[in-house]
Ligand binder design. Structure first.
Ligand SMILES: [Zn+2]
Length: 441
């Protein structure tokens, strides 16, 4: 008797961990049941992927969906809808919401809420603060928690842990890898009086200079070595850090943002003004080139969007009143596919950075590979499709993207989460079916 599946994804070029193969994938009960499914096999549903690339479901490990917070800017439903329209099957959401996710009560609320409201799967960061250190070892093992996030600089209200004494206490509080925003808060505060309201937007990268980032990372690495606690340095933005961190692979993994691989100062500030302001800042060509070198030589573990929407009116304010942060979850995959087509990285390396990398760094269970037994998460990609990114495509209520007007070659045309097609050709399908991602404790 011919094999029968819930779903067969037929005839696509599959990006397997061991290389690309044109093959058909059979799915049962939300998981990959077989590769190399023959023409005689039957299924409840078949997706014709001929002419397309079938990638393991891509993960954006760095988003701020602002929920609870300001629904006029972003929510879990809108942010995850943007994710699936952009070919993302799971996002890891940051804790600096209102209120912040920093204790058992707020975490329990979010765990319940996400599984009713999300269109894709989600991991949750728990924020480390100076007052919840004793609870972190328990919180980091919570359902769906991808890890503790520490803002070592960047003034995110109560969430900041900027001094070595408390950072060391946080590192000694548990055992899983901690994700850091690494800019030295003392240097940022000391340099702030050098600038005034209305200074050019490019001042953002002068204020938050290379040394602010590098000093923050040197301090964190000294403490990580001292305590033996693994660190993931988010959005590494300088050549100095990228070179330095290679000597810390015993304790460190690292992320680079798609923005730092795509835009450069001073052009980004001339064109986008406040809509180019983010932390750490977009810097000059030297750092852009170093980021690509670190992608090519394997230094970089993950690429994220740091999706962090703000309303237009706020971004139109003069510097430095305009808040830092940009939309990105919906444009991450198209922009990276365009980089693949431009020859800046291979499709296999892109999958490594957006799928296997996050799975390895955060200890994801059952995702990260296109292989039997893993979740049937797929991103279907048309490598030849050409399209311009427009503000009108963005479903985040704030309604803008720093990549508007960018002509892209290569586009996500299907998103499948645990065997359910949730997006085909720009159309969202069904109901929010997102679940919490599982992590190895
Ligand atoms: Zn962020």
């Amino acid at each position: 008797m011919a094999a029968h599946f819930d779903l067969i994804v037929r005839g696509g070029t599959c990006v397997l961990p061991w290389g690309m193969e044109q093959t058909s994938v059979g799915v049962r009960e939300g998981r990959i049941a077989a590769l190399g499914v023959g023409p005689e096999a039957t299924a409840e549903e078949t997706i014709d992927a001929s002419g397309l690339h079938v990638l393991p479901g891509l993960i954006d490990p760095h988003v701020h969906l602002r929920d609870p917070g300001n629904a006029a800017v972003e929510t879990v439903p809108t942010g995850t809808k943007g994710a699936i329209l952009g070919g993302i099957t799971a996002v890891f959401d940051m804790p600096n919401t209102t209120p912040s996710i920093v204790d058992a009560q707020t975490l329990a609320w979010k765990q319940g809420y996400v599984e009713q409201a999300a269109w894709c799967d989600m991991g949750l960061y728990v924020g480390g603060t100076k007052t919840n250190i004793a609870a972190l070892a328990g919180l980091e093992l919570g359902r769906g928690v991808c890890g503790v996030k520490v803002f070592a600089g960047s003034s995110t209200g109560d969430l900041m842990v900027e001094d070595d004494e408390n950072l060391e206490k946080v590192m000694r509080s548990g055992r899983r890898r901690i994700a850091y925003h690494s800019e030295d808060e003392y240097r940022l505060q000391a340099r702030k009086p050098m600038f005034k309201s209305g200074d050019p937007y490019a001042s953002h990268a002068v204020w938050r200079d290379e040394e602010a980032a590098f000093l923050g990372t040197r301090r964190l690495m000294a403490l990580a070595r001292k305590t033996g606690r693994a660190a993931h340095i988010l959005h590494v933005s300088t050549e100095e850090e990228l070179v330095y961190l290679r000597d810390f692979r015993d304790v460190a993994t690292m992320e680079v943002l798609v923005n730092h691989l795509t835009q450069m100062a001073p052009d980004v500030y001339d064109r986008l003004k406040g809509f180019g302001v983010m932390n750490p800042p977009i810097r000059g060509r030297r750092h852009y080139e170093a980021s690509w070198a670190a992608v090519r030589d394997g230094t970089v573990d993950t690429v994220g969007s740091d999706h962090a929407p703000h309303p237009r009116a706020a971004k139109e304010k003069p510097w430095p009143e305009c808040p830092a942060g940009l939309t990105g979850v919906q444009t991450l995959v198209p922009v990276m596919l365009d980089h693949v087509n431009a020859g800046r990285l291979s499709l296999a390396r892109m999958v490594d950075l957006l799928c296997a990398g996050p799975a390895r760094v955060y200890g994801v269970v059952g995702k990260g590979r296109l292989a039997a037994g893993y979740d049937a998460d797929f991103t279907l990609v048309d490598m030849k499709k050409r399209r311009r990114i427009e503000d009108s495509w963005i479903v985040s209520p704030c309604g803008w993207t720093p990549f508007a007007g960018m002509d892209i070659t290569g586009w996500p045309v299907g998103t499948i989460v645990r065997g359910r097609a949730v997006m085909r050709e720009d159309e969202v399908i069904g109901e929010p079916i997102g679940k919490l991602v599982k992590f190895a404790g």
